[in-house]
Design a protein around this ligand. Structure first.
Ligand code: 13P
Length: 252
């Protein structure tokens, strides 16, 4: 049943790019998306904040969505260097990534912080893409499912449903490493996330659960065909139009 959900292919540009790069990359993706018409796949670009305006201009009416990479839990205030969900919405975003493992590690964000950010996103009518994932040590200790479902329970706000959250499972050890879990391991975690969602989200069977971590055009089709995988959150391969488009085509 969940295989019939529309796949979401999201690009997390992380801290990469300039205005010229952003216009180029988003522009060529917009051209491809417009030429392909409605190919049954949703695409999302999450550039660094200073590049959001350039990407917004370049994607035009192509149907590609725009998202931020993080937001503060507060709507405004004395938080130098931070941006709010309201600002992202005002800038044209409809999604925001929260709880990425790089934020959790670099900025000591725990589940409670991630949950507050996700709630702030929802309050501004953004869909939070809530990231969860185990470390290599946790996987090797046989604790992947326990860790990931624990993060899920701690990070998803009350009142969540299929229309106002996306989950992204990103094993920390698979990010930027070229290492990918076996398809069976991906299936095990995604099935466990789906089951756990039943207790904490409305329309749980319709919540999109993305996989992230070294997704490339070469491995996208087999990963996206795994049960309960409803899209991909792509880092490195989202920085090249042909690679990101190849992943989107694999989802179609
Ligand atoms: P890579 O695709 O570069 O492994 O990054 C995944 C990621 O962290 C996306 O959020």
């Amino acid at each position: 049943m969940t295989q019939s959900l529309r796949q979401l292919i999201a690009g997390n540009w992380k801290m990469h790019g300039t205005t010229a790069f952003a216009s180029d990359l988003a522009g060529s993706l917009a051209d491809k998306a417009s030429a392909a018409g409605n190919n049954g796949v949703d695409m999302l670009l999450c550039p660094p904040s200073p590049l959001i305006a350039a990407v917004r201009g370049a994607i035009g009416e192509s149907g590609i969505a725009l998202g931020g990479q993080d937001c503060h839990a507060a709507e405004q205030g004395a938080h130098t260097g931070d941006i709010s969900a309201t600002m992202l919405a005002d800038a044209g975003c409809s999604y925001v990534i929260v709880g990425h493992s790089e934020r959790r590690a670099d900025h000591a964000e725990d589940d409670a912080v991630v949950k507050a950010k996700a709630a702030a996103a929802q309050a501004s009518n953004l869909v939070p893409v809530i990231c969860i994932g185990e470390t290599l040590a946790e996987r090797e200790a046989g604790r992947a499912v326990e860790v990931v479902t624990g993060q899920l329970r701690g990070s998803v706000p009350e009142g969540a449903s299929a229309s106002n959250i996306v989950i992204a499972y990103e094993p920390v050890w698979a990010i930027g490493t070229g290492r990918v879990p076996t398809l069976a391991d991906i299936a095990e975690v995604h099935d466990a996330v789906r089951a756990a969602l039943a207790d904490i989200a409305g329309d749980a069977e319709k919540v999109r659960i993305l996989y992230g971590g070294s997704v490339k055009p070469e491995n996208a089709a087999e990963i996206l065909a795994v049960g309960n995988v409803n899209g991909a959150l792509v880092g490195g391969a989202s920085l090249k139009a042909d690679d990101f488009w190849g992943i989107a085509e694999a989802a179609a």
